[in-house]
Design a protein around this ligand. Sequence first.
Ligand SMILES: Nc1ncnc2c1ncn2[C@@H]1O[C@H](COP(=O)(O)OP(=O)(O)OP(=O)(O)O)[C@@H](O)[C@H]1O
Ligand SMILES: [Mg+2]
Length: 197
Amino acid sequence: MYKVGLTGGIGSGKSTVCDLFKHHATPIIDADEIAHALVMPGKKALIQISECFGQDSMTDTGTLNRARLRQIIFNDAEKKQQLESIMHPLIYTEIERQLSRLTDAYCIIAIPLLIETKMQALVDHILVIDCPMEMQINRVELRDQLTNTQVMNIINSQVCRTERLTHADSILYNTQDITYLSHQVDKLHQKFLKQTK
Ligand SMILES: Nc1ncnc2c1ncn2[C@@H]1O[C@H](COP(=O)(O)OP(=O)(O)OP(=O)(O)O)[C@@H](O)[C@H]1O
Ligand SMILES: [Mg+2]
């Protein structure tokens, strides 16, 4: 099966593009969804996080206190690395498990931090969703009610746009409307269907 790694900066349109691929019944493996499921109450990763970061990282009802955890790792490279060493191996193991169940011609693996985690070798093709930084900021401010500075902090914590683009086998410029984006996805779908592995 041909594995397409879909990546891009925050707010570039990864989830929007994944939804458009779903119209073609393309199987999507979503690293964000996996990460979310891994920290549900009772799950191994949640227990490891509470052991590593203390009760402070949990809410009173025993769920992950995401805002607090974000605060803890912000500007603390060691803590950030500790969190990643808990989450990343579990995420990639689950990606492999989901991959092993698929029999389609190709699939999309959506991994926002594909380049940052240096996991390019996991996929056969890297599809980067790209748009200018001003567009990322506008879209995320609107979607998440964040300030310009908050969005900028996230953008600065990710690999820079030029570096990400050097890894791309295909680039999908998400600078126009959804109809245009949908046409681009249709073309990519036809191209990926023809790939043999
Ligand atoms: N071509 C477009 N035209 C208008 N709005 C768009 C377009 N593409 C994406 N958006 C909007 O911009 C926001 C960000 O898009 P999306 O959630 O798909 O990005 P993402 O890359 O998945 O972000 P994240 O990194 O946070 O997961 C969403 O509210 C989405 O509806
Ligand atoms: Mg998304």
